[in-house]
Ligand binder design. Sequence first.
Ligand SMILES: Cc1cc2nc3c(=O)[nH]c(=O)nc-3n(C[C@H](O)[C@H](O)[C@H](O)COP(=O)(O)OP(=O)(O)OC[C@H]3O[C@@H](n4cnc5c(N)ncnc54)[C@H](O)[C@@H]3O)c2cc1C
Length: 406
Amino acid sequence: MKTSDPIDVIILGGGLSGLMAAIRLIRQGKKVTVVDNSLPEAGGKLGGFAKFSGAKFSLPPAGMGLLTLAGTKERLHQKIDEVIEILGIGSLAKHSSFERGADEEIYLGLDTELRSYNSIVLSPPQIDDLLARLTTLISDSCQLIRGKAESISPNEQSWVVAVREIDSNLTLNFTAKTIFYAAGRLESKILTNAGAEEYPGKGLDVGFRVEFMQRESVGALRDLGPDAKIMHKSARTFCLNSPGEIFYYKYGNMDIPGGVVANDNVNTANVGILSRIKDKEKSGREIVDNYAKIRNLPKSGVQTGRPDLCADLPLSILLGEKITKELQEFTNILGDLHLINWDLPFRIHYPLIDWYWGTYCSGPSHKTSLRGIYALGDSAGHARGLLQAAISGWLASEEYLSEINH
Ligand SMILES: Cc1cc2nc3c(=O)[nH]c(=O)nc-3n(C[C@H](O)[C@H](O)[C@H](O)COP(=O)(O)OP(=O)(O)OC[C@H]3O[C@@H](n4cnc5c(N)ncnc54)[C@H](O)[C@@H]3O)c2cc1C
């Protein structure tokens, strides 16, 4: 595509949602521009969080929030198949026990349930390969801009997106009638500043990550499935999918031990312990403010025995007493149910905040409150996750295509 060609759709964000949307639109002969300000750790590569969040693709019953967009279960499954084929993970999906529609919760005792998902976990070379393939698929047929979208403003019937290009540091203006906003959780409020309405979405999960020096500490948990989630009231476990390196990212002034970059050579195992709070905007701000009071969070050393969250760490100052108590109760229950062996050495990394800000869709559509602007993936708010972002991008393109064809 030549830079002078008029753009049908400008896609802001080159994570899985933006990439899959681009592929779907290109197939239909649309002129697409993708703008991506890649994560600092990604070294300029596309893919957003795909490499830094465990490279784990969770199959149904994960992501049933997409059902409202797909319309029927049959169509959702058909879209999952299409997306899995493009991602090139079909053979791995066949090997996983992909039981469609299975939505089982198993009671484990002590007011605690097990929710199992079937997942495809890719190794670092596999996810690199997948992202390289997707990049090749789009780079010949669409304009790819490495840059940060800084503002969106109306211009007659179209939108103008100002993009600061990374290499030249120049600001370029792109005009299109349609914007796909796929900037995910690192978004910078440009859509809100353009006047789009934000919807509450789901809550904010906060807590801590435990790095176990020996994998057998969480052996009983992993025996329940590579992607088993344990739920107790508002608390849940998170990311026990694969051994890997903990990936820290910036959240305000904090370093968050959020993702896991899968790596089989790592001998430690880790699990997140989180509690979900409802008012994500207010709670997120409070945690950032509380952090400012503590300034330097003391690092936890290697320890054994059940952690005393109030005594060991300033968690109650950071997250508040109520949440810390819930996390403590859940920590104890995981020990009581023999799912985690707290007698073996571990180290706590905190604060773990699994957030997703700025969700712009409500109801069964990718449309935002602004005409011609769609939100996809994490920015849409229907469902969160890698496979879910990819499907959301695919479905958003189909929604747009069906709109312009009628
Ligand atoms: C710590 C952590 C752990 C996770 N664990 C899992 C897991 O185990 N399994 C799972 O399925 N999901 C997991 N997720 C969720 C999953 O990573 C996301 O749902 C998915 O990556 C969303 O894809 P996306 O395309 O919507 O956005 P992203 O992957 O966030 O991609 C957005 C892209 O847009 C770019 N961007 C942002 N702002 C701009 C701008 N202004 N201009 C241009 N580009 C911009 C970003 O840099 C990025 O490249 C995890 C997420 C996190 C943070």
